[in-house]
Design a protein around this ligand. Structure first.
Ligand code: G4P
Length: 534
């Protein structure tokens, strides 16, 4: 009994230390730079610059797939774990390209919070907006980091208004910038009016820097900052005190307010204080809702419920040296131990979780134990599918992962017909991983692929070439939406610019040129149903 209590205490303490999060941003806002600074300040790397500079040909720690390196973008989502002060941080890497896939959405389901990085000159951009929406749907609290303050940027009050209006959330600045670009002098913490002084010598940001501090009143008296830079700061601070949104952690955890910080990730400026605030404010893993077999909802407490986890991502052939597939699991409750026997809920059978690993860049390290919030990779001999729940007690399933409606469609075939078998095998694997959705013509002769973003097609072709040695030809199809068809396909009156196909589970799907065509089809076929996919 005493031993059990000690173990529960250890589990509760380990859970309380976990911060599992993702960075959401538009490409170029500074996600890679911030990731690198996290590694620098955690002590995992000593010199920044080793893991970045992708465009200069070096490899970012989080970018390990050949194509990511070639194109300088991060396609696959992996997870990194490192300590920061008393916290254990799990950083989920989400693709940062303009196009994005369902993978990104699914990865966000494994996060307990998100950091939204915004470029001070550009404000809220399209991909940030889309990813933010996913966080809102999943009720994931978001911290905002306005980056690149060392470059000329937009007035900070404008940026606050934009965050509030574009994302429909209250913004509550925790600190405020003093100038920007060549005038950038530092940041002042609103609560105590202490200033961190920006120093140009910190430029480059390869190593940690000590930041000089002083109180705002002393800075004003010192005359170090010209009055035309200082005056707007005083004006803004007064305005924020009168009219701004007061910060409340409860409202932040509820997704009603985002705390805002200003920084310059490249020069390390503002990063340490941001990280300190992040580990204080961001939530540790909490209860997750699951469905019991009788349909009732059941909260899975991270400490009270014995080990449970779900699969949020599958990835084949991650390492050419290990030709295998990996299922990534997010631990939701209890302590995981290597070689543990668990129930696979969907298959209703026992499986042993052997060879678990975590990832730091290309390095795999074997995991002996893991706690709620941690991500583990398990060698997948075809047992796991996305969304699968595993646990030691059984009797429930975590909520299904969100699926998104495909928006682009194409026909895909191998250039060499002799490669049909390898092509089919590769396609099956990619579909299982959720890289794309696969459809077939009703006569089974054509393979069609459907995706949320164009990048998914590029990844598919790249991986078929490199992992299955199959060159393919992709013909884009002029469809932009789809629906499952209920009723007899033979009597369905298809509108022009549409096509009837079937999905992987044999369900009949109609592809439409646009939403108008879908509406016309509904009107024309009152005896059929057209149910939106996703
Ligand atoms: P991403 O992962 O969000 O796409 O952005 P990334 O960190 O790669 O940053 C995009 C560019 O912005 C990089 O420059 C990076 O050095 C720069 N950057 C990031 N944070 C800051 C900042 O606080 N201040 C300034 N001045 N620049 C910043 P690049 O020249 O495009 O790439 P690279 O050759 O440095 O890799």
């Amino acid at each position: 009994m005493a031993i059990d209590q000690t173990r529960q205490g250890e589990l509760a303490a380990a859970t309380a230390r976990r911060r599992t999060f993702a960075i959401i941003s538009h490409p170029d806002a500074g996600k890679t730079t911030l990731t690198e600074k996290l590694l620098l300040y955690s002590g995992l790397i000593r010199t920044a610059g080793m893991v970045r500079g992708r465009k200069g040909g070096k490899t970012a720690a989080s970018d390990w797939m050949g194509m990511e390196q070639e194109r300088g973008i991060s396609i696959t989502a992996s997870a990194m774990q490192f300590p920061y002060k008393d916290a254990i941080i799990n950083l989920l890497d989400t693709p940062g390209h303009q196009d994005f896939s369902e993978d990104t959405y699914r990865t966000l389901t494994a996060a307990d919070s998100a950091i939204m990085v915004i470029d001070a000159a550009k404000g809220v951009e399209t991909q940030t907006r889309k990813l933010f929406e996913v966080c809102r749907l999943r009720r994931i609290p978001v911290l905002t980091l306005i980056n690149k303050m060392d470059l000329p940027g937009r007035p900070p009050l404008d940026l606050m208004t934009e965050v509030e209006q574009a994302l429909n959330i209250h913004a509550s600045p925790i600190n405020w910038p003093i100038g920007s670009g060549s005038d950038f002098a530092g940041i002042v913490t609103r609560a105590d009016h202490r200033v961190q002084l920006f120093s140009k010598t910190a430029h480059g940001g390869a190593t940690k820097v000590d930041v000089a501090n002083m109180v705002l009143a002393d800075l004003e008296r010192s005359g170090r900052v010209p009055p035309d830079v200082m005056e707007p700061v005083q004006h803004d601070l007064e305005l924020l005190d009168i009219a701004g949104n007061p910060f409340s952690r409860d409202q932040f955890l509820n997704g009603d307010v985002t705390p805002v910080f200003f920084a310059s990730a490249l020069t390390n400026f503002g990063i340490e204080s941001f990280l300190d605030a992040f580990v204080t404010l961001a939530p540790c893993p909490s209860a997750r809702l699951a469905d019991r077999e009788d349909g009732s909802e059941y909260p899975i407490d991270p400490v009270e419920t014995p080990f449970s986890a779900y699969v949020f991502k599958l990835q084949a052939n991650m390492n050419p040296k290990h030709r295998d597939s990996t299922a990534f699991l997010r631990v939701c409750s209890g302590r995981f131990e290597r070689d543990m026997m668990v129930t696979h809920h969907r298959l209703n059978r026992e499986v042993r979780l052997s060879r678990p690993h975590s990832l730091v860049a290309q390095e795999r390290s074997t995991v002996e134990e893991a706690y709620p919030g941690d991500i583990i990779g398990i060698i997948n001999p075809g047992l796991f599918a996305i969304g699968d729940t595993i646990s030691v007690v059984g009797g429930f399933n975590f909520k299904p992962l969100p699926q998104f409606q495909p928006e682009i469609f194409a026909r895909l075939r191998p250039t060499d017909v002799g490669k049909r078998k390898a092509f089919d095998k590769g396609m099956e694997q990619m579909a299982q991983e959720g890289t794309v959705q696969i459809m077939r013509s009703l006569n089974d002769l054509d393979s069609l692929v459907a995706a949320v973003g164009r990048l998914q097609f590029d990844v598919l072709q790249y991986r078929l070439r490199h992992e299955y040695r199959v060159e393919t030809v992709l013909d884009a199809l002029p469809f932009s939406c789809s629906a499952w068809l209920g009723g007899d396909p033979a009597t369905f009156k298809a509108p022009s610019a549409s096509m009837v196909v079937k999905d992987q589970r044999g369900r009949v799907v109609v592809l439409f040129g646009d939403q108008v065509m879908k509406t016309i089809a509904r009107d024309r076929n009152p005896d059929h149903t057209l149910r939106d996919m996703g």
